[in-house]
Design a protein around this ligand. Structure first.
Ligand code: NZQ
Ligand code: ZN
Length: 385
């Protein structure tokens, strides 16, 4: 096991009817900016619950943060923060709203030329403007981590940022919010969380038995609840397990002491930046090809995953590893998710070369051994057509 340090300061408030508890978490004298997305919270009653919890607070609102939070729109919110002397941010939404809020938390205290620097110059935020979240969509884990991914349409870029100052102070997780989520987003959430675990698990054996079993238990739980959540998003038992699994998949715990890959996400982000494909679907496009291409390096963990998640016990390590890749792709299909780029766009020719070019200009080497070069990414993306 590798050495590690672990600190996660986010307070989780989990369970039925917990949104009202919001009022106990925000300082009484705060000037709050309530941030939300395209309006789903106004249809499903979450907005009303949040507003009544915030009755005694001075609240300004900023709605309209789109999926894949857009830099230009976030700059408008930054103006609102400055003009209204906002002191506390409250994200009410999924990963996009929470990530957008993290960017604002960082940008509100940033003194450089342009806040875009935070993304391009890898500026880590040690202390941002304080913020909390009411999660409306289980998927990204953003509610309990310190990372964010921001999109800039103008340049077709999608870049990551973070820092120890960007954990939410608290996140409220009421699984009842899941009842209004459309099937497409439920499938996305299951796929994203599943892939988050894979990114931190499907590397090489390092003797971290507990981390492996934490990771496997999240995968098993997601496989078990997936059909139930899709069939009935009001099934509290299934949705509560789904929600907590998504948080646990990316709150830092399972990454401690083990190598991490994350190349699937890096290639996937480019597909969202270029084609606007939902984040989770880009992962399902890349994952099978990535594991086929890096088969030798990953076959031992693939075989362990085959045995422990998919009950494949016959055959050699290679046989099991291959079967595991097939099972993973079949799982995505079972969720209704296509796994080929050509199923999302007709304009896929040239994509692999463009991504390799971008990775070269950024000097990126990816994967758990930092040995995946831009030309490897090019081949993997091509295999995903
Ligand atoms: O915008 P509204 O109208 O609210 O609708 C949203 C949006 O259209 C809707 N929705 C959310 N909660 C709902 C609901 N609809 C009905 N009922 C509810 N309760 O769902 C749509 C998608 O929302 P979004 O926040 O975009 O989804 P998700 O949570 O999947 O977030 C995706 C973003 O997070 C980033 C992705 O790259 C992408 O930009 N990620 C963030 C990570 C992190 N911070 O750790 C890690 C991930 O790997 C990922 O990269
Ligand atoms: Zn993800």
């Amino acid at each position: 096991m590798n050495n590690f340090e672990f600190k996660n300061p986010t307070k989780i408030i989990f369970g039925k009817d917990t949104i009202a508890k919001l009022q106990n978490e925000i300082p009484q004298d705060a000037k709050v900016l309530l941030l939300y997305g395209g309006g789903s919270i106004k249809k499903n009653g979450i907005y009303n619950q949040v507003k009544s919890a915030l009755e005694q607070f001075e609240v300004t609102e900023f709605g309209g943060i789109p999926a894949n939070p857009e830099y230009a729109i976030l700059l408008e919110a930054l103006k609102v923060i400055k003009e209204n002397n906002i002191t506390y941010l409250l994200a009410v939404g999924g990963g996009s709203v929470i990530d957008g809020t993290k960017f604002l938390s960082a940008a509100a205290v940033y003194n450089g030329d342009t806040p875009w620097d935070i993304l391009t110059k890898h500026i880590r935020t040690e202390k941002g403007m304080p913020f909390g979240a009411v999660l409306t969509l289980p998927a990204t884990g953003s509610e309990m981590n310190s990372g964010a991914v921001i999109t800039r349409k103008e340049t077709q870029e999608k870049l990551a940022m973070g820092g120890p100052g960007l954990f939410p102070e608290f996140s409220i997780l009421d699984p009842q919010v899941i009842s209004s989520i459309p099937e497409r987003q439920l499938a996305n959430g299951l796929t994203d969380a599943f892939t988050h675990v894979l990114e931190q698990y499907m590397t090489y054996p390092i003797g971290a038995s507990l981390q492996d079993r934490f990771a496997e238990s999240i995968l098993q739980t997601l496989v078990e609840v997936a059909p139930k959540v899709l069939k009935d998003p009001t099934d509290y038992q299934a949705t509560s397990n789904f929600m907590w699994s998504c948080t646990m998949a990316l709150n830092g715990l399972i990454q401690k002491g083990v190598p991490g890959d994350w190349a699937i996400h890096m290639m996937g982000h480019e597909l969202t930046a270029l084609f606007g494909i939902d984040h989770a679907r880009t992962l399902a496009i890349i994952t099978p090809s990535h594991y086929k291409y890096n088969f030798e390096a990953k076959k031992e963990k693939l075989a362990q995953y085959a045995e422990r998640i998919w009950n494949i016990t016959d055959g050699s390590t290679e046989d099991k590893a291959q079967a595991a890749i097939d099972k993973t792709e079949a799982f995505f299909h079972q969720l209704g998710i296509d796994t080929k780029l050509s199923e999302y766009t007709e304009k896929y020719e040239g994509t692999a070369e463009e991504i390799a070019k971008r990775f070269t200009s950024r000097g990126w080497k990816l994967g758990e051994r930092q040995s995946l070069m831009p030309e490897d990414a090019e081949k993997i993306v091509k295999m995903s057509y």
